[in-house]
Write a protein that binds this ligand. Structure first.
Ligand SMILES: [Zn+2]
Ligand SMILES: [Zn+2]
Length: 239
């Protein structure tokens, strides 16, 4: 407990919390600015068209595709600024606030998030994050997807496991079109060679869904290796 308090104290000194919307001190997104976070509608992760609960459409069934997808907010304004701060200023302290807020969003809109929540809280679910190329992660000092996974772990009490490895350094997806992104991530990931345990059910975690190329690729790999059911979870979605 004491250690936690010291860590929090140090984080407050390094990154005094000020609101991304209005600059007020105390939180990264203050209660007044909450309204500027645009919640994103859920989509089918196979065809990208709207689907109320985020489950894949029945007709969109693919063997190695995602079974469902949850994104909480649209990637614009405050959320864009926040992800930029996380990635380029190392302010990953924001993530825990986003995860707490994410569960508040889900709780108040239970009919929309019921499918995801009953999946993540069901038996034998493990959390897996999208890995970074090891040198890139060392340079940055952290992998924000892994931190999102760990924060999810704290709330859901589902274990996060290291399952995937990124074996190629690829340029950022940002400036590529849809085709380019699919090519860019092809054959970039593999199951960690020393992994001894393969779960049946996985929540696959990343920071942002743009075209979904990365999550789809990771899902295909873990499913071809024997994982049976996979939901994707990202904080933000490019709309
Ligand atoms: Zn504010
Ligand atoms: Zn669909």
């Amino acid at each position: 407990m004491l250690l936690e308090e010291i860590k929090e104290g140090v984080a407050d000194l390094l990154f005094p919390k000020t609101c991304f919307g209005c600059g007020k001190e105390g939180k990264y997104i203050c209660d007044n600015c909450n309204v500027f976070l645009g919640e994103s509608a859920l989509i089918c992760p196979v065809c990208d068209k709207l689907n109320f609960t985020g489950q894949k459409h029945l007709q969109c069934s693919t063997k190695y595709g995602l079974d469902g997808l949850v994104n909480i907010w649209e990637y614009e304004g405050i959320t864009k600024a926040a992800l930029h701060d996380i990635k380029y200023k190392g302010n990953f302290d924001i993530i825990s606030e986003f995860i707490e807020k994410a569960f508040l969003v889900m709780r108040k809109d239970i009919s929309r998030f019921e499918s995801f929540l009953s999946f993540i809280f069901s038996k034998d679910v493990y959390i897996v994050y999208v890995p970074m190329y090891i040198k890139k992660e060392k340079r940055r000092g952290f992998n924000q997807s892994k931190i999102i996974a760990r924060e999810l772990e704290k709330i859901t009490e589902k274990k996060t496991i290291d399952l995937l490895e990124k074996i190629k350094d690829t340029p950022s997806q940002t400036n590529l079109d849809r085709e380019g992104r699919i090519k860019n991530v092809k054959d970039c990931f593999r199951i960690l060679p020393n992994s001894t345990f393969l779960p049946k059910k996985v929540v696959l975690v990343d920071d942002l869904w743009q075209t979904g190329a990365t999550l789809k690729e990771c899902c295909e790999i873990i499913k071809t290796n024997g994982v049976e059911e996979v939901w994707g979870f990202t904080l933000f979605r490019q709309v």
